[in-house]
Design a protein around this ligand. Structure first.
Ligand code: NAI
Length: 484
């Protein structure tokens, strides 16, 4: 169901960007896609003009004004001082979902997995990609993994809504919650809660290591996969590689107010300006964009003309194979062939079919949660007394004796070394000491907890960080410190 005309931002990009964007826009125009285009210049020339994100202010104004952005690949300049244009756009526009359909187009595009047809919905804003990293001691580096309940709920609901809108049947969640019980565990729990609202869809969970192995060996068994940022990054590349279709895949970055569509590949400077690039990745991104805009009928016409062109054996150089292809064609010839086939349906490949329903994700539900302070972990740099945990425990316990808290645990690299100790644990200069109130002392005041690092520093110990422990809805909101 069309909702009238749509004004979109268009960036022609660098390298092969202008060639594949021209091809894509030609197909969109021939298919009468109801689009008005507002071009912006971003990327290499903007970096070179001194804009550290590759986006000049006037381009930002246009990108922010229009809800939809079709972007050709850009070249990231070598050397320091430049910030990633993609990460800047993603975080500034709140594009929380990265949606990457990965389909095998065998036998017309070589693939070991002809039946593969899946979509990876990757959380795009949280996880280790928040980039909160430290070097607390000479020997230790640490990164903080952030997973929020609203962030998890939004991406998981998006995945279920996407599955419904695209006639898909199964949503598989992948986490490592057997190890990361609080971060990945939260994501898995929210997945189970949200799945209950979609009884028409099958929901399943895989531990990500075996899930990735299954994806590599039997991608045909997957339909929609929803996962955390880092796993999604890795799984998308595995899926793209085994489909044999990295060069033809498009991807969508979706947020509440904005969406950005682009090819999966980069600007291919090695073949730029020769008129031989395959425009399929950007064209398929444009098809995703049309579905997002509620223009499913136009999207279907273009996708089916493209599939028919693949079947015809007219292939750009990257797809050309002796015995499979009829003829190697240029970017322009391939584009003409697609336009000539608008209105055709493929005979061997499955015709594209999209629902006209636009995906809307309700605001995350909020429910009352009871939190209660339960202690404090204090991190120390300590490299004395041959790193003997018993000696550290003595010093720490003596220092905190005047407070109302007790030393209950020391870990090194997450492994408990006091009061009981793992035999043979390799010890670094970075230690975590846990302080809890006496069993029936009630909730400790925040001031008492914050006093502990001060007291330890006063006793000559080098404090490098601390974290207040919480109980959430009656359960410990922190790992036990036993490792594993
Ligand atoms: P690339 O994807 O541009 O190229 C890898 C190989 O695939 C090259 O041999 C290239 O010729 C070929 N290739 C890629 N797209 C093709 C197409 N449409 N038709 C035919 N052949 C194609 O990756 P590379 O070389 O690592 O990166 C080049 C530049 O692109 C870098 O500056 C990189 O930072 C940037 N890049 C930009 C992205 C974006 O804007 N979203 C994403 C990935 C890379």
């Amino acid at each position: 169901m069309s909702t009238g005309r749509h004004t979109i931002t268009v960036a022609h990009g660098d390298g092969i960007g202008p060639e594949i964007m021209a091809a894509t826009l030609r197909v969109l125009a021939a298919a009468d896609a109801p689009l008005d285009l507002e071009p912006v210049t971003i990327g290499l020339s903007a970096y070179e003009a001194g804009h550290p994100t590759g986006i000049p202010p006037e381009a930002w104004a246009t990108i922010r004004r229009n809800p939809v952005f079709l972007k050709a690949p850009i070249t990231t300049p070598q050397g320091g001082g430049y910030r990633s244009l993609n990460v800047t756009i993603r975080t500034s526009l709140g594009l929380y979902a990265n949606v990457r359909p990965t389909t095998s187009f065998a036998p017309f595009v070589h693939s070991m997995h002809p039946g593969m047809d899946l979509v990876i919905v990757r959380e795009n804003e949280e996880d280790l990609y928040a980039g909160i990293e430290f070097r607390p001691t000479a020997e230790m580096a640490k990164s903080v993994k952030l997973i929020s309940r609203p962030g998890s709920e939004r991406i998981i609901r998006y995945a279920f809504e996407y599955a419904r809108a695209h006639g898909r049947r199964t949503v598989a969640c992948m986490t490592k919650d057997n190890i990361m019980k609080h971060t990945d565990g939260l994501f898995h729990r929210v997945f189970d809660e949200v799945a209950a609202d979609y009884p028409d869809l099958r929901a399943e969970h895989h531990i990500v290591d075996i899930g990735a192995a299954r994806l590599a060996a039997q991608p045909e068994r997957f339909d929609v996969i929803v996962t955390l940022n880092l796993y999604g990054d890795i799984l998308s590349d595995i899926a793209g590689q085994i489909a044999g279709s990295v060069g033809v895949s498009g991807s969508a970055n979706i947020g509440p107010d904005h969406a950005m569509f682009e090819a999966v590949h980069g600007s291919a400077p090695d073949i730029a300006g020769r008129g031989v690039a395959n425009p399929s990745g950007l064209l398929n991104a444009a098809v995703q964009m049309l579905v997002h805009l509620g223009e499913a009928a136009v999207a279907e016409r273009i996708a089916n003309a493209w599939l028919t062109t693949l079947e015809s054996g007219l292939h750009t150089a990257d797809l050309h194979r002796e015995g499979l292809s009829e003829r190697e064609v240029t970017t322009d010839e391939f584009t003409d062939a697609i336009i000539a086939r608008l209105g055709s349906l493929p005979e061997r490949l499955r015709p594209a079919r999209f629902e006209t329903r636009r995906i809307t994700v309700p605001a995350p539900t909020s429910r009352p949660v009871v939190t209660e302070r339960a202690g404090v972990d204090v991190y120390l740099r300590w490299d004395e007394d041959e790193r003997d945990p018993a000696r550290l425990a003595e010093r720490v316990a003596a220092a905190v004796a005047p407070t109302a808290l007790e030393l209950t645990l020391i870990t090194n690299r997450g492994v408990a070394v006091h009061p009981s100790s793992a035999p043979g644990a390799a010890l670094t200069d970075h230690w975590r000491c846990r302080f809890r109130p006496a069993p029936d002392a009630g909730e400790p005041p925040l001031g008492t907890l914050l006093e502990v690092p001060v007291v330890l520093a006063g006793a000559g110990l080098e404090v490098v960080g601390s974290e207040v422990l919480q109980r959430v809805d009656g359960a410990d909101g922190f790992s036990s410190g036993a490792g594993g």
